[in-house]
Ligand binder design. Sequence first.
Ligand code: SAH
Ligand code: SF4
Ligand code: F3S
Length: 468
Amino acid sequence: MTKTVHIKTYGCQMNEYDSARMADVLAPLGFAPTASAAGADMVILNTCHIREKAAEKVFSELGRLRALQAARARDGGRMLVAVAGCVAQAEGEEILRRAPNVDLVVGPQAYHRLPEMLARLTRAGGRDGRGVLDTEFPINTKFDHLPESVTPPGASAFLTVQEGCDKFCTFCVVPYTRGAEYSRPVADIVTEAERLCANGALEITLLGQNVNAYHGAGVDGDAWGLGRLIRRMAEIPRLQRLRYTTSHPRDLDAALIAAHADEPKLMPYLHLPVQSGADAILKAMNRGHTADDYRHLVDRLRRAVPGIALSSDFIVGFPGESDEDFAATLRLVGDIGYAQAYSFMYSPRPGTPAASLAAQVPDARKAERLAMLQACLADQQAAFNDASIGRTLPVLLERRGRKPGQLVGRSPYMQAVHVAAGDEALNGIAQVRIVGAGPNSLAGELAIGHEAGATRPADRHVAAEAYP
Ligand code: SAH
Ligand code: SF4
Ligand code: F3S
């Protein structure tokens, strides 16, 4: 009998990748994915612990699930609830204590063992007052145990190549929730990528918490860096576009910059978080670089790839951040010029060094700074989008838009583009003339001469020199 599993994903793309892998692990047990929690035989919350609200959202979601579990029980069925991901790793015991309706808690490096955990739960005759918990960091990686994927990838797919982090930025939980840095061997990654492409993927985003620290075993036995891996990936004929995220400025080496310069399939866009523009704060964050190091790095990158679009993450209100420190962040933003960026108020995470620093910044000041920074970033994003009007860009059309006759895709620079086009153009790369720009997206029309659904050889940095 087919059972259903509903997986709700929070947090980063690595969690999205993990959610798809959990579906793969459960498929042989007869679980088919379902889009709604109501009536499901199992609900998995794949959680994120990066900021406070993320964990609180999980607890309120668990509260809401109780009613659905009761409804399922009234129908004579049973809805299992599992908590996975980074909150599971950090607060597994606490979850079992606080939420008695949770049956399973599974960490991000242990979910390949879900079948065993389900069997243990069944043997125990159900939850019996104590859920089943597995938050180990096993010696063998989950990647050696995951089944071949049965989840259709779509035109744009994620592929985790690196996990964990050894950087220990003082604000961040990731080294504790994901464990030590680990890079998958090149051969495994290539096999997975070839399979994704055979199933329709045209674009692959290589994922890692610290993806450019990648140093996996190459096919020649040497440790390969990310630049080399990208060149190997680019040899896959059907693959049209490559991206990677998230990078650390300290690990952006010459080989990776060179790959940006001369590998046409590597998109001219880079998410390179800087967090702050003040050296004292960067030091207290343990980022291992100064604001000027970052400026120089961006100069080198732009010399190699004129027109590359940049994105970043920022934290405002890190402990001890003064008005001058914050002004230095705004200066850095002005100097770099971002195509888009994410910014957050500092959130003290239990167990991280920065959480116990004395000079915590009051919430009201954090909110003020965040609003100022976001206004500045929004202006830059709008200017970047405006500059696209009139150009023709290759757009990977990934899904239907909200309006009939509309498809949505991404430009090489990661801008969302809404295009008037029929389904025959779906899952292809189309040349699109940009006719309008909003703060968060572009509007375009199929350029004359476009063959419906056809893919183009490579979206070489289109008119990149036109970008500042
Ligand atoms: N590995 C990536 C970031 C992963 S977390 C990197 O090194 O850049 C994603 C983003 O969340 C971070 O870049 C940071 O801006 C933000 N973040 C992490 N911990 C945070 C905290 N305690 N408070 C607020 N924002 C945080
Ligand atoms: Fe967190 Fe820093 Fe590692 Fe990024 S590099 S995951 S911010 S510790
Ligand atoms: Fe969140 Fe864990 Fe990703 S804390 S951002 S889900 S690595």
